[in-house]
Structures are given as C-alpha cells and as structure tokens.
Design a protein around this ligand. Structure first.
Ligand SMILES: *[C@@H]1O[C@H](CO)[C@@H](O)[C@H](O)[C@H]1NC(C)=O
Ligand SMILES: *[C@@H]1O[C@H](CO)[C@@H](O)[C@H](O)[C@H]1NC(C)=O
Ligand SMILES: *[C@@H]1O[C@H](CO)[C@@H](O)[C@H](O)[C@H]1NC(C)=O
Ligand SMILES: *[C@@H]1O[C@H](CO)[C@@H](O)[C@H](O)[C@H]1NC(C)=O
Length: 269
C-alpha cells in the first residue's frame, strides 16, 4: 500500500509531465516559466538541467548555490548570446528564430519536471496582387485576371475573399516555396476583394484595387508594358543598324586591302 502510494506520487509529480505548448513570433523573446523553488527533493544541491530536443543540454543551474551556466554553443551555436536563466530556473530565449522550435525539457536530479513544446512562427510578408495578362481569359473584354503571390513561404494558406466569404484557398506545408492563387473579376465589379496569407498564428491581408490594377492588357506576345516594348524595338533596330555598319565596313576594308595587294603586287613586278 505504501509502495503503491509512493509510486503514484512519483508518477504524478515526476512521471507523465504534461507538455505545455508555447507559441511566439520570430524575433520576439519567450520565457519558459518554471519555479524550482516549489519542487521538494532530498538532495542538498540539486542540479537543474534544461535540454533542447532531448539530446542537447543548453543550461544548468544548482538550486542551493544558485550557480548557473548556459551552453549556447550547442548545435553550431544557434543559441549564442540568446539564453538567460533567472533565479527560479526559468529560461528566456531572446530574438527567437524558427529553428528554436522544438521540445524543451527540465530535469531536476534525474526526473523530468517540465516539458515545453515551443513553436516559433515565421513573420509573414504582405501578399502581392498583380494583373495576369498571360491568362487566356484576359482576352475577354469584361474580365480581369489577377494573381495573389507570396514568395518563400512554408506552412501557410493563401486565400481570396469577397467581403467575408472565402472564394478559394491553397495551403502548403513544404519548406520555402512560392505560390500564386488566381482570381477572375469583372471590370465593373464593386465588391471588396482581399487576399489573405496566414499560418496558424497570424495573417497578412492585401485588398484588391480593381480600378488601379485592371487596365487593358497590351496586345499579346510581350506581356511587358508599352514603353518597354518601344524601347526594345528601338534597341533591336539600333543593333540591326550597327550590325549592317560593321558588315559594310568589313567588306569595304577587305576590298581596299585587295586593291592594295593588287597594286603592290603589280608595282613589285
Ligand atoms: C509541438 O507542436 C507542433 C506544432 O504545434 C506539433 O506539430 C508537434 O507534434 C508538437 N510536439 C510535441 C512533442 O508535442
Ligand atoms: C527563404 O526563407 C528561408 C527561411 O525562412 C531563408 O533562410 C532564405 O534565405 C529565404 N530565401 C530567399 C531567397 O528569400
Ligand atoms: C489559415 O487560417 C485558416 C482559418 O483561420 C485555418 O483553417 C488554416 O489552417 C490556416 N492555415 C495554416 C497553414 O495554418
Ligand atoms: C487575421 O488575424 C486577425 C487577428 O490577428 C483576426 O481577427 C482575423 O480574423 C484574421 N483574418 C483572417 C482572414 O483569418
């Protein structure tokens, strides 16, 4: 009976420790709060050990003496200069990065007392809406094809909204890819459209300006602007003229040379 009581007490205090989920935005600081002063053990000077992803000891503290050490050189120094321990044993990570995500555990004299699952969310860029003149349907007089684009994202969704209603959405979980989600509107459409980029922590929104973006597309072939097309035309014309000039010069100098050779050979005779 006594042994059973001790065992259940042991598992209650030290056994299945609940994982506490903590989320933070990249660049912010986060404190994983513990209080070693509330934990009772028989040891005279307990060692409190912080580990990252089970294998890496990142901080040590001795409760009675208060002696503290951080090992911020582990994992190629990814934590360098960013770890702080306070007197309760709580760990603060400053200037967080997405690579700080993972499980943090606290062990005190061989028993795991705390588990934290930290997720550091990447900052989201603002989605960019652009006119898509390469789309086939953009040849229609009434409709305007648009693209909402985001670059280098992972674990996000991109969605088009008309007012508050969701029109379309795509989600990705791969590492660092670029995405474009199309939308077709009428030139005369008076609804409010927006493109939203989100992860499970935060979001960024860009509103569609139909009047500003939905200008008629330039006629086929070159999807670039009119002035650019003119510049290209002039440039290629110039290059053409230059090529002809070089050719003419070449022919002339050759015929001159031939003439000279003829004259010199005739004079040596
Ligand atoms: C930690 O959180 C992430 C994302 O929130 C989840 O995918 C993962 O399974 C969690 N890990 C643990 C050990 O709870
Ligand atoms: C893409 O994102 C990753 C991680 O967020 C970053 O390391 C990389 O430099 C980015 N690449 C570009 C081209 O922006
Ligand atoms: C984006 O937000 C929607 C709705 O809030 C959510 O269902 C979805 O899971 C989020 N996307 C990601 C990648 O977390
Ligand atoms: C974006 O986030 C804000 C709070 O940060 C929330 O109120 C809003 O509903 C979110 N928008 C979408 C479309 O998920």
């Amino acid at each position: 009976m006594f042994i059973y009581f001790c065992l259940s007490l042991w598992s209650g205090v030290f056994g299945d420790v609940a994982v506490k989920s903590v989320s933070v935005m990249e660049g912010e600081s986060v404190t994983l709060n513990i209080d070693v002063n509330t934990v009772e053990t028989d040891e005279t000077d307990d060692q409190i050990q912080w580990r990252f992803r089970h294998n890496f000891i990142i901080a040590l503290m001795y409760r009675q003496s208060g002696e503290k050490t951080v090992y911020d050189d582990v994992l190629d120094g990814r934590f360098r200069g960013r770890l702080e321990l306070d007197q309760t044993g709580s760990l603060t990570i400053t200037d967080t990065r997405t690579t700080d995500s993972g499980l943090y555990t606290v062990k005190i004299t061989n028993n795991i007392l705390y588990k934290f699952n930290l997720t550091v969310y990447a900052r989201l860029s603002v989605p960019v809406i652009s006119r898509d003149c390469s789309s086939l349907s953009s040849s229609s007089e009434q409709s305007c094809s648009l693209l909402c684009s985001v670059v280098n994202v992972s674990a996000v969704s991109v969605s088009w909204f008309r007012g508050h209603s969701l029109l379309s959405s795509i989600s990705v979980f791969d590492l660092s890819i670029s995405l474009s989600l199309p939308l077709e509107v009428e030139y005369q459409d008076k609804n409010i459209y927006s493109c939203v980029l989100n992860n499970s922590f935060t979001n960024q929104t860009t509103h569609l300006d139909i009047r500003g973006l939905c200008q008629p597309c330039p006629d086929h072939i070159c999807s670039c602007g009119f002035t650019e097309a003119v510049i290209r035309l002039v440039l290629s014309a110039l290059v053409g003229v230059a090529a002809v000039a070089v050719l003419v010069y070449d022919i002339r100098s050759r015929s001159l040379q031939q003439k000279r050779e003829q004259t010199s050979s005739s004079s040596s005779d």
